[in-house]
Design a binder for this molecule. Structure first.
Ligand code: IPE
Length: 259
């Protein structure tokens, strides 16, 4: 099985509240279908989650009741996004089903607890893809918090033991310096813990769950001696299909675990 995260940067316009990139999602679903691989998709929230979550500091947990309407609203927004993604899967001929983490799971001091896998595994056994996503999740200590798609990826690796893991974003991979301000920055084809320490700069976009560097750390955590984790650019047509078919493409591979 191949575990894929469709990042918020590719499925939405991260700078504009609630803007769905339908064409990109529709194409990515067709690339998945055409690959004929056994795939499980998780997706991020993009501008359906980060904009309001940041404004109301939802990632910090309960501070005051002024946050509460935003907690409800963000849950609503990310569910709408999820249903649009699921719709594109269905239209591509992939049986898929919405599994909202905020309604199925709980967090404990920021740590996601998944102690009931019945729903997702029942779907998987029937050949239905349970599609989970970055969500607002209740937290036993903090009241509520943000569960990122990257956290879900880590947990799902433990449950499904995928052979390969792919993160789909809108950048070719990780650069040695911020490519926006350094035109001569170089794309790193491979990243280890040691190399990541030397990388400077990060994405400046409003994001409550960290930028590219935080993503690389999450990616390194889910590598094993048998399993690499690859970051690819899903805005370029055909790249997801190619990597699913085992072809070599422009990308950054995380290897060797996080120290
Ligand atoms: C964020 O999930 C969830 C919310 C803000 C509700 P992610 O962190 O996985 O989303 P992207 O991929 O960065 O947009």
């Amino acid at each position: 099985m191949i575990l894929i995260k469709l990042g918020g940067s590719v499925i939405t316009d991260k700078a504009q509240y609630r803007t769905f990139n339908r064409d990109a999602v529709s194409r990515l679903c067709r690339e998945i279908r055409d690959s004929e691989e056994n795939v499980l998709v998780v997706h991020g929230a993009g501008s359906f989650g980060h904009v309001l979550a940041k404004e109301y500091s939802i990632q910090d947990g309960f501070v005051d009741f002024a946050q509460v309407p935003a907690v409800a609203r963000v849950q609503y927004d990310v569910r709408e996004l999820n249903l649009m993604v699921v719709r594109e899967m269905l239209d591509a001929g992939i049986p898929a089903m919405s599994v909202p983490p905020g309604s199925c799971f709980i967090m404990d001091d920021g740590k996601l607890i998944v102690d009931n896998t019945d729903v997702m595994l029942s779907a998987s056994h029937l050949g239905i893809m349970p599609v989970m996503f970055g969500d607002v999740v209740f937290d036993r200590k903090r009241g509520f918090g943000i569960c990122s798609g990257d956290q879900l990826m880590e947990i799902l690796c433990g449950i499904y033991s995928p052979e390969r893991v792919i993160f789909v974003s809108d950048v070719d991979g990780l650069y040695d310096r911020d490519p926006k301000s350094n035109p001569d920055s170089k794309l790193l084809t491979e990243v280890t813990s040691e190399l990541l320490e030397k990388v400077t700069g990060d994405s400046t976009i409003d994001d409550v769950t960290g930028g590219v560097k935080a993503k690389m750390e999450a990616m390194l955590r889910i590598t094993t001696p048998e399993r690499d984790c690859v970051l690819i650019n899903g805005s370029v047509p055909g790249r997801l299909y190619s990597i699913l078919k085992g072809e070599k493409i422009i990308s950054t591979t995380a290897r060797g675990g996080l120290r």
